[in-house]
Design a protein around this ligand. Sequence first.
Ligand code: ZN
Length: 96
Amino acid sequence: MSPQAQAQLTCKEFVELVTDLIEDQLDAALRLAAEAHLGDCDGCEAYLEQIRQTVAALRGLADSGDFTRDRERALAAFRELRADAHGNGNGAGRSE
Ligand SMILES: [Zn+2]
């Protein structure tokens, strides 16, 4: 009967959203619902943490695995860019 019920996710729904949540792709209502579910559900909280670590590990592989040689070139280029741009960049966060 609660109007809140509409915003409650099942675990299955949460799992389907979790990658979008990590990538910050959820719209506000879904993100709130996901966060509310996390508050109630230890299982999904642990699952989210697991997925986060997996995603981080995959990114680490992409950074340091087969791309090692290119990475050195990229880093050198990046340093030049930074020297050029004088703090105009948006940090070392996500990039495409
Ligand atoms: Zn759950």
